[in-house]
Design a protein around this ligand. Structure first.
Ligand SMILES: [Zn+2]
Length: 436
C-alpha cells in the first residue's frame, strides 16, 4: 500500500518530511514494514499558493522481504525492505492513526496550509505526477482518480494537499537523487561552516552543499522548521558518512529520502509562442534585446525564436547576473527556467550559450579624404560631414573595431545559493549531455 501526504508545513514552522518520521514510526508500531525508501517528491515550483518547497511525501508499506536497509533514526533505528510480499494491514485503522498525527503536527492555523492524506493499494497513473511537477492539477481531477482507485483519503481544510499527496505516490524514479535530513532536538540550528566545506570536498557524489562564491552554507534551511540540515547526493551510501562528518548541534532524528530533486523533471522544451505561465521551460533562441538592470538589481533581456519573451536573472542569483549582463543581441542561447505570469518572464535557472554574435563598436568618426581630418556627426543615424570642406560620409564609413566578448560558449547555472530543489546541477550532467 502507498501513503501520500502533503502540505502540512507553513512558513512559520513544521516540515512534511518531519511528519514522515512520525508516520514511519506509527506504521512500524502497527506492525507494518516500510517497502523501499521513503520518497520526497518536489512538485511544480511555480505554483503561486505553495507553502514552501512544494515537497510531498510517499511511503510504501506492507509486509516486506529481501534485503533490509537502515533508513534513519526516529525513536529507534528504522529500516526499509527491498520487496513487498503483501499489502497486509488494515487501511482504515492506519489512516485513522495517521490522521491523529496530522491533526497534532500540521500547521492548521496557517491560511496556506491545506494538508491532504491518501492511502491506496494501487498507484495513481504516472501522468498525474508528470502534470503536477510541470503544470497545474485540479482537486476534482485528483478526487476522481482516487475514487476510481478505491483510495482512502482525507482532505484537510480546502484539501489542496490531496493533489501533492496523490502526485507523490504516482512518481516513478526514472531519475533519482537522495537526501539525508537531520532534525533538531528542540534546540537551535547551528552547523560548523568549515565541516560543511570539508564534507562537500570529501563526498564526491553530494551536491549543493556550499556556495564557495557567496560563502553560504546551503544545507541548512532558512525557515524555522525542525530541520537541522539536509545533504543531497547521487549515492545514498555516502550520505550517512557525510552526515557524521558535519559538526552541528545535537541531532534528534534523521531519515534518508529518495527524491526527484536535482532531476530537471519540472522542465519541458517549448517554442516561445507555446510558453504558459507557471510552467518551467527550456527554450532556444537569439538574444533580441540587450540585458538591462532594473530596480532591485534584476537583469532582464529578451529572447526571440520568431516570438519573443523576456528572461530574467533576479537579484538572488547574485554573480550569475554578471554573466547575463554580458549577453548581446544575436547570441544564440538556450534558457532553462520557471515562467512567471505577470510580467510574463522566464526566471533563469541554467543557460547554455551556443554561439556568440560578432559585435563591432565604433572606434572613431570617419576621416575626410580631402582634408585628412576627422569628420563630425550630423546626429544619430544621419551620417558625417567635414566641417572644413563639407564632404559627407555615411554612418558605416566610421572606423569600427571588433569587440572582445569576454564571455565563452558553454553551460552555466545559477550559484548554489539560488538553486531550486528540482534544478539538475551541472555536476549531475554527463559530458555527452553538453557540459563543456
Ligand atoms: Zn574635408
Amino acid at each position: 500500500m502507498w501513503l501520500g501526504i502533503d502540505d502540512t508545513d507553513s512558513r512559520k514552522g513544521m516540515c512534511t518530511t518531519y511528519l514522515a518520521g512520525d508516520i514511519i514510526e506509527c506504521l512500524n508500531n502497527l506492525g507494518m514494514d516500510i517497502i523501499g525508501m521513503p520518497r520526497l517528491v518536489r512538485l511544480n515550483p511555480n505554483i503561486p499558493w505553495k507553502t514552501r518547497g512544494n515537497g510531498a511525501i510517499a511511503i510504501q508499506f506492507g509486509k516486506g522481504s529481501g534485503k533490509r536497509k537502515e533508513i534513519g533514526y526516529v525513536n529507534g533505528k528504522r529500516y526499509c525492505y527491498e520487496k513487498k510480499v503483501s499489502d497486509r494491514g488494515d487501511a482504515e485503522k492506519i489512516i485513522e492513526e495517521v490522521d491523529r498525527i496530522v491533526r497534532k503536527r500540521a500547521m492548521m492555523e496557517s491560511e496556506n496550509t491545506n494538508p491532504g492524506l491518501v492511502i491506496l493499494k494501487k498507484k495513481p497513473p504516472y501522468w498525474l505526477y508528470k502534470k503536477a511537477v510541470r503544470s497545474i492539477v485540479g482537486i476534482e481531477e485528483v478526487k476522481s482518480i482516487l475514487d476510481e482507485l478505491d483510495a482512502l483519503y482525507i482532505p484537510y481544510k480546502n484539501g489542496r494537499g490531496l493533489i501533492g499527496a496523490s502526485a507523490a505516490t504516482a512518481w516513478h524514479p526514472y531519475d533519482r537523487t537522495y537526501e539525508i535530513i537531520t532534525y533538531r532536538n528542540g534546540g537551535r540550528r547551528w552547523v560548523d561552516e568549515e565541516s560543511v566545506k570539508e564534507m562537500d570536498k570529501r563526498f564526491k557524489k553530494t551536491f549543493d552543499n556550499y556556495d564557495y562564491v557567496n560563502h553560504h552554507v546551503q544545507i541548512t534551511p532558512n525557515s524555522p522548521c525542525p530541520v537541522m540540515y539536509g545533504i543531497r547526493g547521487d549515492d545514498e551510501k555516502e550520505l550517512p558518512e557525510a552526515m557524521k562528518s558535519v559538526v552541528s548541534e545535537k541531532i534528534k532524528r534523521w531519515l534518508i529520502f529518495e527524491t526527484n530533486q536535482g532531476t530537471d523533471e519540472h522542465l519541458q522544451k517549448k517554442k516561445i509562442g507555446d510558453v504558459k505561465p507557471y510552467e518551467s521551460v527550456i527554450v532556444t533562441g537569439k538574444v533580441c534585446s540587450e540585458p538591462r538592470t532594473i530596480e532591485g538589481g534584476h537583469v532582464i533581456f529578451s529572447l526571440c525564436d520568431g516570438e519573443e519573451i523576456e528572461c530574467a536573472a533576479y537579484e538572488p542569483t547574485k554573480n550569475f547576473r554578471a554573466l547575463v549582463r554580458k549577453l548581446r543581441k544575436g547570441d544564440k542561447i538556450t534558457v532553462y527556467g520557471g515562467v512567471r505570469d505577470e510580467p510574463r518572464t522566464i526566471n533563469i535557472e541554467k543557460m547554455k550559450i551556443h554561439s556568440l554574435a560578432e559585435i563591432y563598436e565604433k572606434k572613431e568618426n570617419p576621416i575626410c579624404k580631402i582634408c585628412g581630418k576627422h569628420m563630425k556627426s550630423m546626429g544619430k543615424g544621419k551620417g558625417y560631414r567635414c566641417v572644413k570642406c563639407g564632404t559627407t560620409a555615411k554612418e558605416n564609413d566610421a572606423v569600427f573595431e571588433k569587440v572582445d566578448r569576454d564571455i565563452k560558449t558553454g553551460f552555466y547555472e545559477v550559484p548554489v545559493v539560488a538553486r531550486r530543489h528540482l534544478s539538475k546541477p551541472l555536476k549531475r550532467f554527463k559530458p555527452s549531455q553538453g557540459k563543456y
